[in-house]
Design a protein around this ligand. Structure first.
Ligand code: MG
Length: 149
């Protein structure tokens, strides 16, 4: 099986929408650091097609799937909220203990990383970085197509 990592924000969870709907989004210091917004990671909506697509990957015999996300160091509740968020949207049997939170994605051994941003080591990932939201991978349909699903 190929090891495949899936980022959360901007790939599976709609951080952009959650940020814009947060009552403190235009208040300092959150305007510049939306990742510090209180409770921001708790109630994010999923990205269109993401849940269905990740379920296909989880159920596929071709891929060993893990979530690989970064939780803000200065927003410790975010670490808990990300853990709770994935069990809200996915069958726990499929994703139990498959959440990796770190700031150094380049250290992870694996074949694919689906990530919307280059930060926290994503662009230095040793496997194949599937740049979600880029011209080649504008949506989940294009990602699944690339992965042969
Ligand atoms: Mg992201």
């Amino acid at each position: 099986m190929k090891i495949l990592y899936v980022d959360l924000d901007g790939v599976v969870a709609d951080f952009e929408k959650g940020k814009n709907n947060h009552p403190l989004c235009n208040v300092s210091p959150y305007k510049r650091r939306p990742d510090k917004l209180p409770g921001i990671y708790e109630n994010l909506d999923p990205i269109n097609g993401a849940i269905e697509s990740v379920n296909l990957l989880l159920l596929s015999t071709k891929f060993d799937v893990y979530f690989l996300s970064t939780a803000p160091w200065d927003n410790p509740n975010a670490w808990t909220h990300k853990r709770l968020w994935i069990t809200k949207y996915f069958d726990e049997k499929l994703i139990r203990k498959r959440l990796i939170l770190c700031h150094h994605k380049q250290l992870m051994i694996g074949d694919y990383l689906i990530d919307d941003r280059r930060f926290n080591g994503a662009s230095e990932f040793k496997g194949d970085w599937i740049h979600y939201g880029s011209e080649n991978f504008p949506n989940w349909k294009s990602v699944l197509n690339y992965l042969g699903l």
